[in-house]
Design a protein around this ligand. Sequence first.
Ligand code: HEC
Ligand code: HEC
Ligand SMILES: [Ca+2]
Ligand SMILES: [Ca+2]
Ligand SMILES: [Ca+2]
Length: 458
Amino acid sequence: MRRLLPTALAFAACTADETALIDASSRLPGGATTNTLLLGSNAFASPIENLLPEHEGDFFSGNSFFNAAWVSAPASTTARDGLGPLFNARSCSACHFKDGRAQPPANGEDHLGLLLRLSIPGTGPEGGPLGHATYGGQLQPFALPDVPAEGAITITNAEIPGTYSDGTPYTLLSPTYTIGDPAYGPLPDDLLVSPRVAPQMIGLGLLEAIDDSAIRATADPDDADNDGISGRVNEVWDQQAQALRLGRFGWKADQPSIRQQVAGAFLGDMGITSPVFPEEACSEPQTECRASATGGAPEIEPDAFDKTVLYSSVLAVPVRRRFGAADVVAGEAHFHDLGCATCHTPSWTTDVHPSLPELSNQRIWPYTDQLLHDMGDGLADGRPVFAADGREWKTPPLWGLGLVDDVNGHTRFLHDGRARSLAEAILWHGGEAEAAKQAFRAAPAADRDALIAFLESL
Ligand code: HEC
Ligand code: HEC
Ligand SMILES: [Ca+2]
Ligand SMILES: [Ca+2]
Ligand SMILES: [Ca+2]
């Protein structure tokens, strides 16, 4: 499936810094795995181009499990029954539409693609968040007919005005979340709520193939190098290893592996039990939930589960567009000069992947350090997850961001999709990223535009 692009030249950046050469390999952000063929609305749906023939069948089966709408048990379609009883959506693709990214719902729309993680103050099992005794760790706004759904989410947006240093005005949307109609008793005043939108699914196996020690080596928890940036690792519970491991996936690096993230999605988002989480997520007081029929033990067969994990691991990162265009080249230099690259680490080399050799030893360009950062009051959710505190978020990869509009028809960014553009996403940065944000605010309009052109080329 692989086709090589003609070798790109190295472009000199428009900066006095002689060392700031644009690396030709960044044109293929996923190395040999890069999707060079399929852009437009299917830009995130391609398998890695070097996918081995023996993995193709599993990819396509995994694709069908990712897109399948699950049904309530018992059903004649036993391969995908067992939905709920409580759930957020019926399929993975309802939230990760076209393997892409969700946006916050407009008022009155169903809350697909944005979910609320819940906990109460204190520490839960294995040092993780302490779920609410009835509502658990996530609000499920939908349920099967005879089971009460947990509640409804309402988002209220305040408009916050601001100005760039040159006087150009902007506004930011600041959302508040309320849970209406709580079906299982009132919610406590000190309930901790973390809103999250579904991110795009590309390049995840490559990120998983970065060696733990390489990520740990870049952490600087006490800001020993005194640059104002103190990236930290999360350490989260690994259900299969029964031990704490480096957190990698989710907006707070909540999950140690794609496998556990997928199992968590099946259970928490769709009510489907799996080999990793074999028990339905019905709490003691949720009696109708506990009395409902299940679709087998586990509800997704181990083989189908493995294929969904493989699928989630090998969706390809798309090739850069407008690579080498003057504004993009200038924007890349600004990205470094404004301090963005301190957290959005441009490049990594993957280690040996245990089961997918296609992902091994690739030079990749995700633009993330995979570490947690204090992003200030504005973005804080106040809900700790293992080592991540209520102000910290993991630096998200920036690859593919310029194609979100083509794939999903929107440009909503950040953990809850509050930013309506890439510029708004930057303007929300605070905490450790305050200096970078201020540098962006102070930059001339032409430089800001070039920076955005660079981000759109990713
Ligand atoms: C209700 C919407 C929803 C559904 C359904 C859903 N997801 Fe997600 N997905 C999310 C959200 C929100 C996140 C971010 C989670 C977090 O930060 O904790 C996410 C994160 C992920 C990630 C990690 C991505 C990253 O960059 O860290 C993977 C992998 C994933 N989902 C796979 C799946 C699979 C496979 C399914 C179906 C079994 C699925 N999801 C179903 C909303 C959803
Ligand atoms: C201190 C580390 C840090 C610095 C410096 C930083 N970022 Fe970020 N960036 C983050 C984190 C963490 C998030 C996720 C925040 C959230 O979702 O609430 C983020 C999110 C983003 C997003 C949205 C990504 C998405 O998937 O929604 C963009 C775009 C972005 N940053 C660009 C930049 C640019 C451009 C700069 C320089 C002007 C910059 N960042 C500087 C840490 C940083
Ligand atoms: Ca079920
Ligand atoms: Ca729940
Ligand atoms: Ca530092």
